[in-house]
Write a protein of this length. Structure first.
Length: 540
């Protein structure tokens, strides 16, 4: 095949098994034809081949995020980031600017909210030592509803917001001060969830912010997203993504999971899944219904720990061994992938035991058909068992980075070995990388994996750090392996032509600086999907 496009004069990192590289690359029909020397790639070109001079730039495979709640992220991108606020005036300036932006955008009924996952946003960091009041927010919000949530149990709502949430607020007996707009305790999350549900009902808004989010994610070099889904909401997300694909506004490859809602009876959720708009392993190359998602335990303080592992944890076991077995039997029968959320060692052991028992009974589960998400407290025996049973792993460095306080409070000294990347790497076990929270840029997540530092600069398990190449492999080659797509995450011949061009090779940049490194342009399936406004000469 003659190349459609060829790129010369750069440094192409294939991230194949051998770690090979070259100075040029040819692509055709959406696939990589070859990577090698100038002469080798020139031999694949013809008179119609479009040639690009990389001018020393680096080419890496497109990033694969194996755990990103895409629709949730699209909402979070619209939220204020208040981590650097140091006074009420800073917060009010941010709210006022956002209000003006929303008024000019023409969107109506949109809430002004703030991102609250990062514990750096806290009223203790404000000179006044408090959140702004309802009245203060009213003065700058231009009549728009405002809800500023501070994880895990503080928030403030303004007058316009109170009007929209009047029914919910009327149900709250404790934890709400109408004069100040302050909320504390349980009402904080109740209202937060209600506001999110309200925004989910606005189809035009959902479509608009999803399109914007996909562009922002392309600007991080992300070409494939594995979406674990929202609880019991597969059909809604599937319809949204299908419409976006029709509009040409879904530039990434999306693999959407059908997530069981653990708050509902297992059998009713199983029946819902079987009646879903799309069943696992159906769809297109661009939008695929992928795995069933199953939350076996909670998070941190609610993780399912091993007996005697920590005296303070309260194990939250969302499903019985019988229900887990039934799910795996369903997957085996229909050859559906299953992704199981497991934080604590007890939950991890339960998955391993269930898979082993089915194997012993002669039930066939394909290699990689079962995978574990998070696996925070996996030990060496667990790792070896997963290799033996063909269970794959997706880990999330950013979760420990953001939730280090919760992790330490729940697990004490055990938290130092959470997210055991270094141990897995030393055993030569492959593992994929996912975000599951902000920062969702793969370069930021990879930087965390190398540094092993939390949001406040403190160390969490330095001995579990990995090398820069290993960290980038989490989001390229090993992520492709995790989803059983050997043609994604590498640039060897035959792979999908999903790649990112960087002005600096990340492997030659200090990993501490990775979060500040941006692509020049991004190609998916051989077509330029995004380019930096400054990029002119290399995108053609």
């Amino acid at each position: 095949m003659t190349a459609d496009r060829a790129f010369f004069g750069g440094h192409v990192e294939t991230f194949d098994e051998s770690g090979s590289s070259g100075e040029a690359m040819a692509i055709g029909n959406g696939r990589v034809l070859g990577v090698g020397s100038h002469q080798e790639i020139e031999a694949l070109c013809g008179p119609e081949t479009r040639r690009t001079d990389l001018m020393g730039r680096a080419v890496l495979p497109g990033f694969i995020d194996t755990h990103m709640h895409l629709e949730k992220v699209s909402h979070e991108f619209t939220m204020l980031r208040l981590e650097t606020a140091r006074g009420i005036a800073d917060v009010l300036d941010a709210v006022g600017n956002q209000a003006e932006h929303l008024r000019n955008s023409g969107l109506r009924g949109v809430w002004i909210r703030c991102f609250a996952d990062n514990a750096a946003w806290n009223e203790k960091n404000l000179a006044e030592g408090r959140l702004p009041t309802r009245e203060e927010l009213d003065k700058v919000a231009l009549g728009l509803p405002v809800y500023l949530y501070r994880r895990p149990d503080r928030a403030v709502i303004n007058s316009a917001g109170m009007e929209l949430m009047a029914t919910k607020l009327a149900e709250i007996s404790d934890g709400f001060d109408r004069a100040t707009g302050y909320l504390t305790g349980k009402p904080v999350r109740i209202l937060n969830d209600a506001i999110y549900t309200l925004s989910m009902a606005d189809g035009v808004y959902r479509q608009a912010i999803l399109a914007e989010a996909c562009q922002r994610l392309l600007a991080m070099g992300i070409t494939t997203i594995v979406d674990p889904g929202l609880a019991g909401a597969f059909d809604s997300s599937w319809a949204l993504y299908q419409e976006s694909e029709k509009r040409g506004e879904l530039p990434q490859r999306i693999l959407l999971m059908n997530r069981f809602d653990w708050r509902k009876p297992y059998q009713s959720e199983k029946e819902r899944v079987l009646q879903s708009a799309a069943l696992p392993n159906t769809g297109s190359d661009g939008l695929q219904a992928w795995a069933l998602k199953f939350l076996l335990d909670g998070e941190f303080v609610n993780a399912w720990m091993r007996d005697g592992e920590t005296p303070t944890a309260r194990a939250s076991r969302h499903y019985t061994p019988e229900e887990l077995r039934d799910l795996l039997l369903l997957a085996a029968e229909r050859r559906w992938p299953v992704c199981i959320h497991a934080m604590g060692g007890g939950a991890i052991e339960a998955i391993i035991d269930a898979v082993q028992n089915l194997r012993d009974e002669g039930v066939y589960l394909e290699h990689g058909q079962v995978n574990i998400a998070h696996a925070f407290l996996m030990d060496v025996l667990d790792m070896q068992a997963c290799v033996r049973l063909g269970i794959k792993l997706s880990l999330n460095p950013a979760l420990a980075y953001v939730y280090s306080d919760e992790m330490r409070q729940a697990w004490g000294p055990l938290s130092a070995r959470a997210v055991p990347l270094g141990t897995l790497a030393s055993l030569e076990i492959r593992f994929a990388g996912g975000s599951d929270t902000h920062p969702c840029a793969p370069l930021a997540g990879a930087s965390i994996a190398v540094q092993r530092k939390a949001w406040d600069g403190s160390s969490f398990g330095r001995h579990e750090a990995i090398t820069p190449r290993q960290a980038l492999s989490m989001f390229t080659r090993d992520a492709g392996d995790y989803i059983n797509r050997a043609d994604l995450g590498t640039l060897e011949a035959g792979s999908a032509a999903d790649f990112v061009v960087w002005s600096q090779n990340p492997l030659e940049v200090d990993p501490r600086l990775w979060p500040d490194v941006s692509p020049e342009f991004v190609v998916r399936a051989g077509v330029t999907a995004w380019s930096s406004p400054e990029t002119v000469s290399t995108k053609q």
